[in-house]
Design a protein around this ligand. Structure first.
Ligand SMILES: [Zn+2]
Length: 248
């Protein structure tokens, strides 16, 4: 039987414990000042396809992410009533958020019939007051889809009305087809979390993501070229608030 010296015993016992602790730290660190990140989108699948990688990276760094869907995608499944589609797409959004580690919220508007009026401004403002975000990521306002424009304008207004306390950035979706005139100022390397982003997007099975996700993958590759990495998501920073603290 071998008698272990004190140093050897320490190496065998303490080192694995330390490594285990390091592993836990790597899984979900606890930043000194965790951020509250609010991601706003018109429909279930917009936040995931536009910045799902960045959401995953925020969560992995120990920050809290709330995803606010303006609608439940009521008009988004052919042959289904609004109620049926909303039920299916709400479940898909919840599953996508679980995969990313985010919390879903719904603003109560209806897909294809979104409103930008006093009541809508007040409703989104109330959600901002409740979440009290440090960072807001919303859709770029010049977009071929009305609901995307509505989501962007409502979030922008709430940002203004809450005194520009949060950092504000815009994300893109299907640039060229939907997002127009987008010029990025900031990038997030999503190479390490790309499979998780893909899974979150594919949680929206009713939207047949296999037909359009390849375009998002091409976008991520192109943004990666601009950012000198393999895959990236791009953002347009809104000046006038705090600096945009994106995952490094
Ligand atoms: Zn959409």
């Amino acid at each position: 039987m071998t008698h272990l010296g004190r140093r050897e015993a320490l190496r065998l016992v303490i080192a694995p414990l330390a490594l285990g602790a390091l592993g836990a730290f790597r899984e979900r660190p606890r930043p000194a000042a965790p951020l509250r990140v609010l991601v706003v989108g018109g429909h279930p699948d917009d936040p995931e396809s536009g910045c799902g990688g960045t959401i995953a990276r925020y969560v992995d760094a120990g920050h809290a992410v709330v995803v606010l869907y303006l609608t439940r995608g009521e008009a988004g499944i052919e042959g289904r009533t609004h109620d049926e589609a909303a039920r299916i797409r709400t479940a898909e959004a919840e599953r996508a958020c679980t995969l990313l580690g985010a919390s879903p919220r719904f603003a109560g508007q209806v897909d294809g019939d979104t409103r930008v009026d006093a009541a809508a401004y007040a409703a989104v403002r109330a959600l901002f007051d409740d979440v009290r975000p440090d960072v807001v990521l919303t859709q770029w306002p010049v977009d071929t889809h009305r609901d995307h424009r509505a989501a962007s304008l409502l979030a922008y207004d709430a940002w203004l009305r809450t005194g520009r306390r949060a950092a504000l950035g815009y994300y893109e979706v299907l640039t060229g087809d939907q997002t127009q005139l987008f010029r990025p100022t900031d990038y997030v390397d999503i190479t390490s979390v790309a499979p998780r982003k893909r899974d979150a997007v594919f949680a929206h099975a009713s939207q047949r993501p296999a037909e359009w996700y390849p375009a998002h993958e091409r976008m991520a590759r192109f943004r990666g070229m601009e950012h000198q990495c393999e895959l990236a998501e791009a953002f347009a920073r809104h000046d006038g608030g705090p600096a945009l603290p994106l995952p490094a």
